[in-house]
Design a protein around this ligand. Sequence first.
Ligand SMILES: Nc1nc2c(c(=O)[nH]1)N[C@H]1C(S)=C(S)[C@@H](COP(=O)(O)O)O[C@H]1N2
Ligand SMILES: [Mo]
Length: 406
Amino acid sequence: MNRRNFLQHALTASAASILPVRWVFAEKRPSGLKPVDISTMKWTKAEDLPDYYTILNTNPLNAHPAEHLLDPAITPANVSFVRWNGSMPDFDKIDPKTWTLTVDGESVVKSRTYTINELKSKFKHRTQNLVLECGGNSRKNFFPGTKGNQWNNAAVYCSEWTGVLLSDVLKDCGVKEDAVYIGHHGIDKHLSGKGPAISRGVPIEAAMNDNALVAWAMNGDDIPFRHGYPLRIVFAGRPASVSQKAATGISIRNKVHDGTKMEAPAYQVPKYPIAPGEKVPNEDFEIIEEMIVKSLITFPQTGVELPLGKTQEVRGHAWAGLREVVKVEVSYDYGTRWHEAELRQPVNKGAWQQWRINLNLPRQGYYEIWAKATDSKGDSQPVVQPQWNPKGYLFNGCHRIAVRVA
Ligand SMILES: Nc1nc2c(c(=O)[nH]1)N[C@H]1C(S)=C(S)[C@@H](COP(=O)(O)O)O[C@H]1N2
Ligand SMILES: [Mo]
């Protein structure tokens, strides 16, 4: 067993509720005492990330954890996937006291600039658990394969965000009748050094809803550098690419925003069904506005050996873009029979939902456990693969784990 595998095993053994962080002098601490982890805030390089991350790319930094590390209902920052499109800002030079967010654009009544302190004092604070899922989450499952980061199923997390409603800020500036979209701006540059790394946006209706925040805190602390310090625009239910990190501005647009990575085929899918592997002209793509129904098995960890004759709890999360999940089913015989899991309501709109089920795996041997969620409009997850698309977005096929009963 190499070091990486060993750590993964060590982490599972110590139960999913214990946060896998590197602790200084951990062996000298009294048992039961959880030290305050100060290191996680500033992880900005591949070598800062603990070994339980898989690094897909060092520059820009792209990394994901194993699925079972997402077991807690609120994802700790030290297991959240990390995705940058270009060079990361020089975070050490950022002073949150002088950081500003400017609202402008063709369709703003009055352009304004806010410091973080002004946002904090002027608008009502909100705290919400919101799912952020990369549009390319689970890309590695597509067949034929598609280019881009080969994300496993863990390019998703649900953390607790604190900030103000984006709509309160936009209303403070005034939104003209002809507004159709907003565009986001940050400070990180394209790897070439020229132009922004990413500047995406959402329809104006999405900006005015109650699950869009301008946030300065994640899980009750400052947002860690890599997740968008010191200010992040956060949207639930949409591809996480619209949740601009280190945000400096918002333009209220009278047309669909035309910033970097808004152009096809980035974050877009074909308008019509195509065969796997088929080529599509750029003008036949459309923007992904919403994420779709999906679930994750976070316990047990794939690959474990389970004792025969013992009831086994299987659990995880389910979410459905702008909809709610109404049912989660589990199968351990390749979909021959499905067993309905207990399912919790979301703690707030935009949060993922916990599910659990007790399984009695009937005899010794090898099993695959599959999970399938169904949303409030009756859509559920394909068991093989969803509509193939050239950039490998929106994979929501059932999550599968394998276990052995001995
Ligand atoms: N400033 C900035 N914001 C960004 C990005 C980026 O490259 N720069 N990437 C986007 C994409 S594609 C994703 S999936 C999420 C990733 O958020 P995370 O790193 O907190 O997981 O951030 C989004 N916001
Ligand atoms: Mo993404």
